[in-house]
Design a protein. Structure first.
Length: 202
């Protein structure tokens, strides 16, 4: 790090500026934002899970308040509506927030809330359609099972011809598998075996 071109301290040529306020696009911004948010939640009585650094809980008698944080998006969950309102008011005292209302969509997952039986359905239809469109597979015929029965693949089956190898290298197999692995972790556990099996061949 060097002093700015037109601002040099002759007495202290090795001194550099101290960053007092972070701005977007600065490398320090995410770290400062994380620290500030973390300290705020801890001071308000929240406890961070050791198993998940982005999940905070706050117990108050029979009521529990859960905050799931993803960068600058916060999902608030509680068994008492008044606690959700309280959490929003507390956050608004320190941060500029936008209330997105009831949860419907987050991180490529659709949330369908059913009030009568107090249940929630998770769906990734849009994410799946985006994957199919991205890799031009919308016109393929659907299958009832995620893989061909008794499928057996091995590295010896890889193409040997230079033209075929060059063509294979241009295919986004890793990106496709990455998308499938995200589906597995959220709403499609039935794809776990075939995704893991194909990943071993990459």
């Amino acid at each position: 790090m060097e002093q700015p071109k037109y601002f040099k301290d002759i007495k202290h040529p090795n001194y550099v500026c101290l960053l007092k306020k972070t701005l977007y696009s600065f490398k320090q911004s995410p770290r400062i934002w994380y620290y500030k948010r973390h300290q705020f939640l801890i001071n308000k009585g929240y406890k961070r899970l050791k198993s998940d650094q982005n999940l905070y809980t706050n117990h108050n008698g029979n009521h529990i308040l859960i905050l799931v944080v993803y960068v600058d998006d916060i999902l608030i969950i509680s068994n008492a509506v008044e606690h959700i309102k309280m959490a929003k008011e507390e956050l608004a005292t320190t941060f500029s927030i936008t209330d997105g209302g009831p949860l419907h969509y987050m991180l490529d997952v659709e949330f369908n809330l059913h009030s009568p039986n107090n249940s929630t359905q998770l769906c990734q239809r849009k994410f799946i359609e985006d994957i199919l469109n991205k890799y031009q597979m919308m016109d393929l015929k659907p299958s009832l099972i995620p893989a061909v029965p008794n499928l057996c693949l091995n590295p010896d089956m890889a193409p040997k011809d230079p033209r075929e190898i060059k063509d294979i290298e241009t295919q986004p197999f890793r990106e496709m598998l990455g998308s499938l692995r995200y589906l597995v972790s959220c709403t499609k556990p039935d794809l776990c075996y075939i995704t893991s099996y194909l990943s071993r061949l990459m």
